[in-house]
Write a protein that binds this ligand. Sequence first.
Ligand code: ATP
Length: 236
Amino acid sequence: MSVLLNITDLESGYGLVKVLTGVNLSIESGKSVVLLGVNGAGKTTLLKTIVGLIKATKGKIEFESEDITKLKPNKRIEKGISYMSELAIFPNLTIEENLELGGYFKDKVENKKRMELMFDHFPDLRKFRNKMAGSLSGGQRKMLGVAKAFMSNPKIVIMDEPSSGLSPKFVKKVIEVIKSFHDEYKTTMFIAEQNVSFLDIAEEVYVLDMGNITFRGSVSDLKSNEKLREAYFGVA
Ligand code: ATP
C-alpha cells in the first residue's frame, strides 16, 4: 500500500509554547488510523498542524509525496484533505449551508449530487435541510459533521474527537456511521480520540503523549502493552 500522509520530526505550538516535539507518523492509503491520547496530549494541535491551521515550526508534512508543510489550508483541502473539528459544524447556518461549505471547492453541480447522496445516508438531515444546524441534537450534529467532511469526496478525513459531547449510545452510532463510510468509500481516516471504543474501527493505532508519539501498532499490540492497557483501559 502507498503512503498517503507522511510526517517527519514535526514541531508546532502556540507562540513560545511548544506542544509537538518531533512527531513522526505515516498513514497508508485506505487505512483507518486512530490517534489515542489523553486530554492535553496535543491531538488537536497535531491535527490542526496537518490541515494548516497551525504553522509547523520544524519538520515536514508530505501528502502523496508532495511537501505541503507551507501550503495554505484551502490548498490542502483542494488536494483532498478534509478536517472535522470537535465542533464539526456551524450551528448558525442551515444544514444545507453546512454541507455546501463542506463541498466549497468542488463544482456546483457535483456538490448538489453529493448533497443528495449524503441525504440518502442521513434521511433526518434531508427532512431538516433548511433548519439551523444548531437545532439538531448532539448526535445529529455529529452526523452532519461526518456528512460535511465527506462532501468534498476527500482522500483523507481527519477527525478531532468525534465522540466529544455524546452519550455512549450516540458514540456507538457515530462509530457505525464512520465505519460504513470508510468501508463504502475506502477513504483514509485519521481519528484523534481518547475514547477506546473507536479502536473497533482502527486498523492501526498511534498513541500521542505530551506532544510525542510513544506507540505505533495494532490494537492487539496496544492491548498487550501493560502500561498502555492500564492507561487506556484501566486494567492491569
Ligand atoms: P483535548 O482532548 O483536551 O482537546 P488534546 O490532546 O487535543 O486535548 P491540545 O488541545 O492539542 O490537546 O493541547 C495540547 C497542549 O497545548 C495543552 O497543554 C494545551 O493547554 C495547550 N494549548 C492548546 N491550545 C492552546 C493555545 N491556544 N494557546 C496556548 N496553549 C494551548
